[in-house]
Design a protein around this ligand. Structure first.
Ligand SMILES: [Zn+2]
Length: 279
């Protein structure tokens, strides 16, 4: 799933390509993807796009008059930047926003069969899905939270909860916990001050490195697979770059947590898939 680095760099590219352009039309190509009823997308037609921002994992197209379009890509949503606009309707297309001055379009679409990517049309003052987000992952507000929170929740779950902190997901959580030498299943409240600072520094480093890598991308965010630069996320079975042990996983229904025993003091964490195989 695209996280802060992918969405931030995408927002920067969209802003560079589209700021100042006027929306000519909004073509709904997949109706279930529009998450709002009011205002209707046509309210945006003829409005100038002032800038493209990001909040959490949402990219925000900010139009004159205080109207915004929020894009959320979930697992497999992608964005094509079309210069010039196309009239094709690729598989999985959800909406195409076509602009003039410059002539360009943003196509939101989804790979595979999951239908989770979405977009919102927000009127002036309406924060929609942004209202319940926690502080930005790179903010001082989150740093203070991490320094003091006594939650009994596990680090992996806590960090990925967008109501706690916005912008980090499975990929950078795996990598940050590995970098900080912390078990994904340690509880937030169990961390001492030193571990908290280590985790904060690790999160900042993996996100900064991710953002730098993402800024090398051009165009939209079209590729079916993202983030091949991860250190341990998606690398189960490969050697850990720190200790050489094999990177392990804990499997859940729709995802897996990657970790190395150098994070857990040598402990192998219980994995349901593994225990089923052994039974
Ligand atoms: Zn290791």
């Amino acid at each position: 799933m695209p996280e802060m680095p992918q969405m931030q760099a995408l927002a920067e590219r969209l802003d560079a390509a589209l700021a100042g352009a006027t929306l000519e039309r909004a073509d709904l190509l997949g109706f279930a993807s529009l998450k709002t009823v009011e205002p209707e997308p046509d309210v945006l037609v003829g409005r100038r796009l002032e800038r493209v921002d990001r909040r959490g994992k949402y990219d925000l197209l900010c139009f004159e008059g205080g109207y915004r379009v929020a894009l959320h890509l979930s697992q497999a949503g992608r964005v094509d930047l079309e210069l010039p606009p196309k009239a094709t309707r690729p598989r999985g297309s959800l909406v195409r926003l076509t602009f003039s001055g410059p002539s360009a379009a943003v196509l939101l679409r989804e790979h595979g069969t999951q239908r989770k990517a979405g977009w919102w049309v927000l009127g002036p003052g309406d924060d929609g899905p942004l209202a319940s987000l926690g502080p930005e992952v790179d903010s001082e507000a989150f740093a203070e939270l991490l320094r003091h929170d006594q939650s009994p929740r596990r680090l992996y779950t806590w960090l990925r909860d967008q109501h706690v902190v916005a912008g980090i997901g499975r990929g950078y959580t795996d990598d940050a916990l590995h970098r900080a030498n912390l078990s994904p299943f340690a509880t937030v409240g169990s961390l001492d001050a030193e571990a908290r600072e280590q985790l904060l520094a690790a999160i900042r480093t993996v996100l900064a490195e991710g953002l730098e890598a993402e800024r090398g991308r051009t165009g939209g965010l079209s590729e079916p697979r993202l983030g091949e630069h991860f250190t341990i996320h998606g690398r189960v079975g490969e050697p850990c770059p720190r200790c050489g042990a094999t990177i392990r996983r804990v499997s859940f229904d729709s995802y897996e947590v990657a970790y190395c025993t150098c994070q857990t003091g040598g402990t192998v964490l219980a994995d349901r898939r593994l225990s089923r195989l052994l039974r």
